[in-house]
Design a protein around this ligand. Structure first.
Ligand code: GAR
Length: 190
């Protein structure tokens, strides 16, 4: 059995799609969903999906080993960041080499880095009059959005698009591809 932990800070639609994808699988379990945001929609989704959810604060995350210990105690094989908005502490990156993936709602290296998350990304794409945007799934290192890229795919951005409509297109791509790519990464683990 392979164990996945999903970190999410917001609505959690990607966390839900990944959980649904693996729901019937006897070899993979979504063991934990973790969030730094006590208001996050992902909490309600996790409860509905009967997946244990852990809410933690900034101090616990950055100044203690409690989350790392929780991951180790639950024998987590792969960490999936699905709309998680905090930088991962070095100790956690080191403990999960090539075992942590993130999804970014743009075509990295464009529109990445500190402050480039969620809606800010789509606003920047529209302000820059981009003709396309897309998603990037990548391994996580200690810098925002800089780990090796695993998968990218794009969608058209037209003159009539705004940040909301780009976000909708991106979510369609994310829901379509993220669970499958997570599955592939999991299969490649020893
Ligand atoms: C997703 O679009 C994801 O790519 C983005 O947050 C959204 C979460 O949506 N992640 C980042 O911006 C990370 N830098 P969800 O809560 O509905 O899954």
């Amino acid at each position: 059995m392979k164990h996945i932990a999903i970190f999410a800070s917001g609505s959690g639609s990607n966390a839900e799609k990944i959980s649904e994808y693996f729901a019937e699988r006897s070899d993979v379990q979504i063991t934990l969903i973790l969030t730094n945001n006590p208001q996050a929609g992902v909490i309600e989704r996790a409860r509905r999906l009967h997946i244990p959810v852990v809410v933690f604060d900034r101090k616990t995350f950055y100044e203690t080993d409690r989350i790392l210990d929780l991951l180790k105690n639950n024998k987590i094989d792969l960490i999936v960041l699905a709309g998680f908005m905090m930088l991962i502490p070095a100790s956690m990156v080191e403990a999960f080499p090539d075992r942590m993936v993130n999804i970014h709602p743009a075509l990295l290296p464009k529109f990445g880095g500190k402050g480039m998350y969620g809606h800010f990304v789509h606003e920047a794409v529209v302000a820059n009059k981009e003709k396309e945007s897309g998603i990037t799934i990548h391994y996580v290192n200690q810098h925002y959005d800089e780990g090796n890229i695993i998968f990218q795919t794009s969608c058209e951005v037209t003159e009539t698009d705004n940040a909301d409509s780009v976000a909708d297109k991106i979510h369609v791509l994310e829901h379509q591809h993220f669970p499958r790519v997570v599955d592939e990464v999991l299969s490649s683990l020893s």
